[in-house]
Write a protein that binds this ligand. Structure first.
Ligand code: 3PY
Ligand code: MG
Length: 248
């Protein structure tokens, strides 16, 4: 996306993410040839080390907006991602407005929040410039992916400073007892989150399986979708190349 990611979302723009769990900076760099709108590094379930995160954030700087799904909603997790150079953070498993507010606090510098100054990449250039850009451009997202989060969706969506509410579709199905075969209650919950977000003026996203699924969800009104994830791509790629073991 040409504008900063936050401005793009605030203007009603849509984003199809590439999502990376396997911890390979080379794979992220390779994906950049497909010109993704943004990249999500999964530091919750993914195999990323801090060094890997630093490397990939450096590689993508000025090329593709990079977000991090943080390990949790802590100050340390938010700062690790943002100090590496991520333009946005996405906290998993948010269930209450208080938890959402605490993550905004962790991700935004004073006076908007309580993010600590410093960080190696912010200090590499003009920190005053970085600071004012961060106040304006940092994307703060929270994941709603449990029955409890659903219950509190109106209050979560009303928290100031939230740029994105993102549905973890896998966890949501598990939490609702709708896994592995989600029924109508699951789909209704997803659409309700989208409607609550729309009423609150907050962009809504969700984890989608592939490009076709992402496009379908974008057409429904979701602002952020996932059009590729490395686990699925690599798994499918190898499966398609599986040798035929005749007779064994
Ligand atoms: C989920 O589907 O639960 C996620 O967190 C996205 O991977
Ligand atoms: Mg999840």
């Amino acid at each position: 996306v040409a504008a900063p990611l936050r401005a793009h979302l605030q203007a009603g723009g849509t984003v199809e993410l590439f999502w990376f769990s396997l911890g390979s900076p080379a794979m992220v760099e390779m994906s950049a040839t497909a010109r993704p709108q943004a990249i999500m590094i999964d530091a919750q379930h993914g195999l990323w080390t801090r060094e890997g995160l630093e490397n990939v954030a450096g590689l993508m700087q000025g090329r593709v907006p990079l977000m991090v799904r943080t390990a949790d909603a802590s100050h340390t997790a938010a700062a690790t991602a943002l100090d590496a150079g991520a333009v946005g953070v996405l906290a998993p498993l948010i269930e209450t407005a208080a938890e959402a507010r605490a993550f905004v606090d962790a991700s935004r510098y004073p006076p908007q929040g309580r993010r600590s100054g410093g960080g190696v990449r912010p200090l590499m250039g003009d920190f005053a410039r970085y600071y004012s850009d961060a106040l304006e451009q940092t994307v703060v997202g929270v994941m709603v992916e449990t029955a409890a989060g659903l219950e509190n969706i109106e209050e979560i969506a009303a928290v100031p400073g939230i740029d994105l509410i993102f549905i973890g579709t896998g966890d949501l199905a598990i939490s609702m007892g709708e896994f592995p075969v989600p029924g109508p209650a699951y789909e209704a919950a997803i659409q309700r989150v989208r409607q609550v977000c729309a009423a609150a003026g907050v962009p809504c996203g969700l984890f989608s399986a592939d490009a076709a699924d992402a496009r379908r969800r974008t057409a429904e009104g979701f602002a952020v979708t996932v059009s590729a994830n490395d686990i699925a791509l690599v798994t499918k790629g190898f499966a398609a190349a599986a040798p035929e073991h005749a007779g064994d």
